[in-house]
Design a protein around this ligand. Structure first.
Ligand code: C2E
Ligand code: MG
Ligand code: MG
Ligand code: MG
Length: 285
């Protein structure tokens, strides 16, 4: 009857859903515009060699400098970009901007060292794109940078879909000579078997493992075991989320190579990061 029909219609045109859809559409439109209008900005966070304190590189982390809402963090818009396909365009912007920045830092006393590398976060969509390898290659060539000065961070979920195209792209990137790093290792439920099969060089261990350090005496042994697995696969470990001197020292004591976290430095915009590099030739100076 008509009463039921009305109820059903109400469900279809649920105002909350409609509002969410409109909001989503508005955000997507604004984000597309933001990429073109240079409203995106990269922040840089140091990555430190634990045994020496040398700054071996940095990770570029994107933020959206929104004219009304201010600085928006990536967790708020990367998922939307991924769901709508905008991530490809966003990723190209990040690639070009980060590589251009690395070129600028090449003349800086700290970053002039040939092995200072720039890390960017690649997405699952990048591995599904045949043009991605060419885009990486062209961006590096344009700035006269060696391929190994760029490291691509890939999450487990992006990398282990393990279809033919992913494997082809990964192999091509590896052949090109850019560094490949697993990001957020251990955060998901995937098996570790892929560590031996994929052409990756480094593994960045998820920060949850470092967070629990110091709470439970057995945690350090657990981290040492993870470290051992990484080494056994012929890979380098990078530990993220280091917030205290104690955590840095504990990781160093079990032979962990590299670290990243608020203890060494928070992500900073270009000018502040450059200033930090000038102040600290090596960490802690
Ligand atoms: P991620 O790649 O794992 O980046 C590390 C995140 O941990 C960053 O958050 C960083 O600010 C934060 N972090 C660093 N040190 C510490 C610490 O000591 N303690 C704690 N609690 N957090 C720390 P951010 O910048 O909010 O980025 C979040 C995620 O967004 C990134 O995780 C990455 O997955 C994604 N993302 C960021 N930039 C890009 C990008 O350019 N492209 C893509 N596709 N994803 C990006
Ligand atoms: Mg990352
Ligand atoms: Mg990570
Ligand atoms: Mg993450």
């Amino acid at each position: 009857d008509s009463k039921n029909e009305g109820r059903n219609k109400l469900k279809v045109f649920d105002p909350a859903t409609l509002h969410a859809q409109l909001l989503q559409r508005q955000i997507v439109g604004e984000l597309r515009e933001a990429i073109r209008a240079d409203q995106l900005v990269l922040y840089y966070q140091p990555i430190v060699e634990l045994s020496t304190g040398r700054i071996e590189g940095c990770e570029a982390l994107v933020r959206w400098n929104h004219p009304v809402h201010g600085l928006i963090m990536p967790d708020q818009f990367i998922p939307i970009a991924e769901a709508t396909g905008l991530i490809a365009e966003l990723g190209r912007w990040v690639l070009r901007t980060a590589v251009r920045q690395l070129r600028r830092w090449r003349d800086h006393p700290v970053t002039a060292q040939q092995d200072f590398s720039m890390r960017i976060n690649a997405s699952a969509a990048d591995l599904q794109s045949l043009e991605f390898v060419d885009a990486v290659s062209a961006a590096l060539a344009e700035e006269h940078l060696a391929p190994d000065s760029l490291v691509l961070e890939l999450t487990e979920s992006a990398i282990i879909q393990n279809n033919e195209l992913d494997r082809y792209t990964l192999a091509s990137l590896h052949r090109l000579g850019v560094g490949l790093e697993i990001d957020d290792f251990g955060a998901g439920y995937s098996s570790m078997g892929y560590l031996r099969k994929l052409p990756v060089d480094r593994v960045k261990v998820d920060r949850q493992f470092v967070k629990d350090l110091g709470k439970d005496p057995s945690q350090l042994g657990f981290l040492a075991a993870i470290q051992h697995v990484i080494h056994s696969c012929g890979l380098e470990g990078v530990w993220e989320g280091i917030e205290t001197a104690e955590q840095a020292e504990a990781l160093r004591s079990i032979g962990c190579a590299s670290g990243q976290g608020y203890y060494f430095g928070r992500p900073l915009p270009e000018a502040e990061f450059t200033e930090q590099l000038s102040r600290l030739r090596t960490w802690p100076g």
